[in-house]
Design a protein around this ligand. Structure first.
Ligand code: CA
Length: 622
């Protein structure tokens, strides 16, 4: 918005009263762009931005809404306005008048909408769910008109693995049937907010506007439409949010509100990327600062969550998206990098508004001990509690690579889970065998179809909330030798672009191997939807055998009078008669079982013939 011309002469007269020589007053944006009535917390803090806007006084006359305080930060182009929205306030448009010298310089109609009355009686995303992670630029191009847009720098270049390929939200909507038919229940997109960066903007983690969908992916309304499509089909949406940093193309970068809005250094300083320095009882303050206040990358300015206005800005941004887009969960990027106390406040504030809301922290930790520091319900010796109800289970991921990729044994799976006593809520852990940051499953597991199937069977039946990366079910390849960029991992889904040689969204263009793995994953996913023992059941597992080889891993998921036995033969030998006598304590009361993959019925539970490199998921019956 521009200053109203009518007032300009008056403004010019007033200039002398301000040492800043205010010539003009602008109002460019107010964030959050709207809010809701009926929220648990009555406070709302508006960030108001526009040239010399701090030379005005905001005034509101609206029943139930009052201005509690106004803060002028160091930069006169900002105002932070604290509102109190009482429970009696009704939805409507609040006129905020910006007054100077008794004259209204600007006004803004700020909308209060009624809050939806969604309630989560259990964790909003839980063991019954399976997430499907999509890199939106790389899935399908539903609208070629937005491949390059006027309001963003980087243009379309599908030949560049690190360039923008043109995929968008409409492409995901257009191919929703494929996703639904696969049998996953929840969508997670890499960030879709604007990334107005000159290059590498496609991955989404350099956000330049926390309230705006990137125009090359669509609009906020498109994202809402996708979420509504999920809900209409009994599915859920999780949003990837990034609070550690923004993109260097962010609108505020040339005009920061506070001197300490970002963590700034005398010369460029990288994060030390040492997560353990945060949980380390012997850590030096300089190591903590280097990790949390160093920058993730030159193009990713580090946000200072210790500035209370920044903390509030980020918290409200999350809540805005939950309410606007009807989110079911949030995945928070690089969780151990922002200020940990601010992040704990963020989680608590969300729970205050939305009890049982699912939040998963991205925590790229090598081992369970360091990961457990970030898990809710864990009593840390330093008294810190993150409150976050789910963590990304990287230790179990690495265990699957060792078990299925590097060695033909299963001990690592057993050992990794044996450390679960360290976690507060291990059954909420997000478990996965691939994502946008790691080599493709196909390459990690040496292009071995049998091992890929074993990995899928394991991730979809052990404890936790599984997530698979788009295309791993169709053997997308993406090696990651040193020196390659991640663009090669985040492949275009064949068939997502007009003129693609093959269309893997439909069965007819798939190779036999692609068909085999896709159908295998689909079969487990569809069965999993009805398997309450997987959703809510306990886990009991047995030390892999035979001794010295540790190739065969047996575990049970059980709940009340239901039980499923999973046998993973990770060895290269067929075993014609494998005795089940060792598992008697779990088999007691059950007399037969059916393998949900092959359909084969086992009329007795005494011995079973195991094929090499094969998983058996056997539903037990009394
Ligand atoms: Ca497009």
């Amino acid at each position: 918005m521009k200053a109203t011309r009518f007032f300009l002469p008056i403004l010019l007269l007033a200039v002398n009263f301000f040492k800043g020589n205010a010539q003009e007053i602008e109002l460019n944006r107010i964030e959050p762009p709207n809010w809701w009535t009926g929220m648990q917390v009555e406070k709302l803090q508006l960030l108001v931005y526009g040239k010399n806007i701090s030379h005005t006084q905001p005034v509101i006359q609206y029943e139930g809404v009052t201005i509690k305080s106004v803060t002028q930060p160091e930069n006169e182009n900002y105002l932070f306005v604290d509102l109190l929205i009482s429970t009696s306030a009704k939805p409507g448009k609040i006129k905020i008048a910006f007054i100077k010298e008794d004259k209204e310089v600007h006004n803004y109609l700020y909308e209060l909408k009624p809050k939806s009355n969604r309630e989560f009686n259990e964790l909003s995303i839980n063991g019954a769910d399976v997430m499907y992670l999509i890199t939106p630029d790389r899935f399908a191009n539903g609208d070629t008109a937005n491949d390059a847009t006027e309001d963003t720098i980087e243009k379309h270049d599908r030949d560049n693995p690190d360039g923008r390929h043109g995929g968008d939200l409409k492409g995901i909507i257009d191919h929703f049937e494929y996703i639904k038919d696969l049998g996953v229940t929840t969508l997670w997109l890499n960030p879709f907010l604007e990334n107005d960066q000159p290059k590498y903007s496609y991955h989404g983690y350099g956000i330049s506007d926390f309230y705006k969908t990137d125009s090359r992916l669509g609009t906020n309304a498109d994202f809402l439409a996708l979420t509504q499509l999920c809900h209409k089909n009994g599915m859920k949406m999780i949003m990837d949010q990034v609070f550690n940093h923004c993109g260097s193309g962010h609108w505020w970068m040339n005009d920061l509100p506070f001197n300490d809005w970002l963590n700034q250094w005398e010369s460029y300083t990288n994060s030390s990327f040492t997560n353990i320095s945060i949980s380390d009882p012997y850590s030096s303050q300089s190591d903590i600062d280097l990790h949390t206040k160093g920058w993730f990358d030159k193009n990713l300015p580090d946000l200072n969550q210790q500035n209370p206005f920044m903390e509030t800005y980020l918290i409200q941004n999350s809540i805005w998206w939950i309410e606007y887009a009807q989110l079911d969960g949030i995945r928070m990027d690089t969780y151990p990098y922002p200020d940990k106390d601010a992040m704990a406040h963020w989680v608590q504030r969300i729970f205050q508004e939305y009890p049982n809301f699912y939040i998963v922290a991205e925590t790229s930790e090598l081992n369970t001990a360091s990961l457990s520091y970030w898990n809710s319900g864990k009593r840390n010796k330093d008294g810190y509690e993150s409150h976050v109800n789910s963590v990304s289970d990287y230790p179990l991921y690495y265990a699957t690579l060792k078990a299925f990729g590097e060695q033909n044994q299963a001990y690592w799976l057993y050992e990794s889970l044996a450390y679960d006593f360290l976690y507060g809520t291990p059954f909420n852990n997000k478990i996965f065998n691939g994502n946008h940051d790691v080599q493709r499953l196909y390459n990690h597991l040496n292009e071995d179809i049998d091992k890929i199937k074993l990995s899928m069977a394991f991730v979809l039946t052990t404890r936790g909330i599984p997530q698979i990366y788009y295309g791993d079910e169709l053997l997308f390849d993406g090696p990651k030798p040193p020196g390659t960029t991640d663009g090669v991992l985040r492949k275009d889904f064949p068939g997502g672009w007009e003129g693609d040689e093959r269309n893997l969204f439909t069965a007819k263009d798939r190779t036999d191997e692609e068909k085999e793995v896709h159908d295998y994953v689909q079969r487990i996913l569809k069965w999993r939807k009805t398997a309450e023992e997987i959703h809510k059941g306990k886990l009991k597992h047995y030390k892999p055998g035979p001794s010295g080889k540790e190739t065969i891993y047996v575990y049970f998921r059980y709940l009340d009078d239901r039980s499923t036995m999973v046998i993973i033969n990770n060895g290269s030998d067929d075993i014609p008669s494998f005795s089940l006598s060792h598992y008697g304590e779990s088999l007691e009361g059950y007399s037969l079982g059916t393998d949900i993959i092959s359909g084969k019925v086992y009329p007795t539970l005494k011995t079973i013939a195991l094929k090499a490199n094969t998983a058996y998921i056997i539903e037990l019956e009394h």
